[in-house]
Ligand binder design. Structure first.
Ligand SMILES: [Zn+2]
Length: 74
């Protein structure tokens, strides 16, 4: 008499995305979206003060990306 064993391994995925990860990614997306699309010196003014509005380093750095993605600028 011959016995055959069939072994099966099932992997069940929970399929749950951590809500903390979603929240962190949404915050990062919001900051990036603002920096690329709308910043006119506001972000650097937190550290640099009022002169950041005149220099607009972040604006100049993301300027081409802003135009390429269709945000109005000037
Ligand atoms: Zn522009």
């Amino acid at each position: 008499m011959k016995m055959t064993k069939v072994l099966q391994q099932l992997t069940k995925s929970q399929g749950k995305v951590p809500k903390v990860a979603v929240a962190v990614l949404l915050v990062l997306f919001g900051i990036g979206f603002f920096a690329v699309g709308f910043d006119q010196g506001q972000i650097f003014s937190l550290v640099q003060g009022h002169q950041a509005y005149g220099q607009m380093y972040l604006h100049e750095m993301t300027h081409d990306m802003r135009h390429a993605s269709g945000f109005p600028c000037h």
